[in-house]
Design a protein around this ligand. Sequence first.
Ligand code: GLU
Length: 436
Amino acid sequence: MKVRTRFAPSPTGHVHIGNMRAAIYNWLFARHQGGSFLLRVEDTDRERSTPEAIETLLNAMEWLGLDVDEEPLYQSHRMEAHLAVAETLIEKGLAYRAEKGGPGSGECVLFRMPSHAISFQDAIKGTLTKAAENMEDFVIVRSNGTPVFHLANVLDDIEQGITHVIRGDDHIENTYRHIALYEALGESVPVFGHLPMIVNAQGKPYSKRDGDAFVGDFQVNGFLGDALFNYLALLGWSPGDDREIMTRAEMVEAFELERCQSSAAQVDLKKLSWMNYEYILQLSDRDFRGASEAALKQAEIVFSESQLDAVIPLIRERVKTLAEIAPLSRFLFMDDYEYNEKAVKKKLIKEGVPETLATLRQLLVEIEPFEAAPLERLLHDYVEQSGKGFGAVMPPLRVCISGEQGGPDLCPVLEVLGREEVIRRLDRAVAKFFDS
Ligand code: GLU
């Protein structure tokens, strides 16, 4: 049997990481098995499933590299087929019409639940059973004539030939009904695997209130699709050893449903951040440069190719997200930086600083060549000879030329800015903060 899995989201304009994790597991499982991964857009809620919402969904999948093997199936196109099956079920006595909401509420179609218990072997949770007395007939076509999720979901899984349904465990109750539908329709029941929820530190469903929860947020905030993919893949699944950073091929190779954990998985944004940093370090120089160019342009920073060449080594190992590139490097391209108030108070407005800066200015005017290594020696010697200590020399200079007390290494920064610019910035800061 060739494995066929699917991702079946209902587009809402946001793609929650929990849903995306289900998509990733379906994708990994299909790829591991040499099967097919499909998309079904459950777009029957016409108000929420706007073209923009569908676009958001497709973008998120593309960004994460979740390629599909067939054209997506749009559930809304299948309404006639769903209703026709409901009629057949009525004809066979397996469903019936009734006014569920009482007289005058309009007739809906209810599916007749069988009188035996329903049991299935969940690929993640083991045997799950529900007794007959706990199951009631349920609506499959509303009184307004539209098919209900249960009917549409099952019929479309049959239509798409789905062999494995991997989805959140909030669907377990639905699955008992779905299995009854498969049986009534005389179709073979797919394998079900229910994934535990993604939760916050308190064990509650992870939501927007706990931090970024939608795929788009991570994209905007400078995470790499590959890093989020890796993080979500390991959020509830493990390869059976302690590997954490894994290539896609390694994950495909190792993925097994049996190794998905059956209890809730807790989101740890710090870990994701660490992982993203590792992925940024692994980017090729070309990709890092491309990402930097895009980030600078978006921040409306004006730069030349050669400036970018000089700046990249200074920031290459300092950014945990791509979103940090522009703020960290802006001062290297433009002089429109603000002076961080705290930095000014703590590092600049201090006794002895004006004299230190005056001496430094002189030294910086004279030093040849104006390059990182000689600058390093110069500052070092000055610190020694003056007896002032590094803390009284480097930080004030840094605040003057960047507005901040932290950032890339100072001497390479001085070299990249160049003598003229450094002196100009120094004079500007001194005039601003000390000349009265
Ligand atoms: N549209 C449903 C959801 O997003 C589909 C569930 C499923 O069968 O995977 O929850």
